[in-house]
Write a protein that binds this ligand. Structure first.
Ligand code: GLN
Length: 274
């Protein structure tokens, strides 16, 4: 399983968010403290960030371990942003490797990461059941890329971010699909995330060292031992802006706008193959 993190708040050096915290994403790549599946996250990493006044994020991704990128500490020291999404990857067996399969995935103004697995991938039946337009938008041959394409389909249809994530899980599961679906999504203004099979935490507090405005971090696990971290219960969906975090059960009623639009997975996909 991977580890991921999103931040919204006052602009800060990416280094202070990703590398410097004692148990931050950088360290989580070889020594995660709460990861439920897998041990190291050495199959790639990536981060996306938004510049002031530009709604479309930039990305930096590599298919190698984060600790092996000698250029990263310098880039992260001088790059500042108030909206970031980052991930370190432990590739599920059978998934594509390399930069294109490393989160964050991106489209329009969105950045997305998936921590987990869609059981049975890459069953051809699962692929065949997705609309052609969804398949064409996949950035890589991986379960995460397919799940992102399904969520993006809902976002582009007008679903709210947290509703789009919840509806994607509901569509997969109502068709008998199984797996672990911890999603993380931002458009640089709001964060949506699901806890569905692995850990998810958040911290929302004034950023004292950065002028005191509120800053929210949503992450697979706490990056330090601050008592302000709050765990999100399993099978819940979170939506957050700085100073306001909402958490509700995945099964809570959703608006008709986000009802599944995708063909269900066929019976062949109902039994996990591993
Ligand atoms: N299944 C996804 C991948 O292979 C995510 C893996 C994970 O969470 N470790 O990239």
């Amino acid at each position: 399983m991977c580890r991921h993190l999103a931040y919204l708040g006052p602009a800060r050096a990416l280094r202070s968010l990703l590398i410097d915290p004692p148990h931050g994403l950088y360290r989580q790549s070889w020594a995660p403290r709460r990861q439920r599946h897998g041990t190291v996250n050495a199959d790639g990493f990536g981060f996306g960030w938004y510049a002031d006044g530009d709604p479309v994020p930039a990305r930096y991704r590599r298919g190698t371990p984060i600790w092996g990128d000698a250029s990263l500490p310098g880039i992260a020291r001088v790059t500042r942003s108030g909206a970031v999404l980052a991930a370190v990857r432990s590739a599920t067996p059978g998934m594509a490797l390399g930069e294109a399969a490393a989160a964050p995935f991106a489209a329009d103004t969105w950045l997305f990461s998936h921590n987990g697995v869609l059981d049975g991938w890459p069953g051809s039946a699962a692929l065949a059941s997705a609309p052609a337009g969804v398949l064409a938008s996949m950035e890589a041959m991986s379960d995460s890329a397919l799940l992102w394409a399904l969520a993006l389909d809902r976002l582009r249809a007008g679903a709210a971010p947290s509703a789009a994530l919840a509806a994607t899980i509901a569509a997969i599961e109502s068709a008998g699909g199984t797996g672990r679906f911890n999603f993380l999504l931002t458009d640089g203004v709001t964060i949506a995330a699901t806890a569905c099979g692995d850990t998810l935490w958040y911290r929302d507090r004034p950023a004292e060292a950065l002028g005191g405005d509120m800053a929210v971090v949503v992450a697979s696990e706490p990056s330090d031992d601050d008592p302000g971290w709050i765990e999100v219960p399993d099978r819940h969906v979170l939506s957050a802006v700085p100073g306001r975090v909402g958490v509700r059960p995945l099964t809570a009623p959703v608006s008709p706008l986000i009802l599944p639009q995708t063909a269900p997975l066929p019976n062949a996909e109902r039994t996990p193959t591993r």
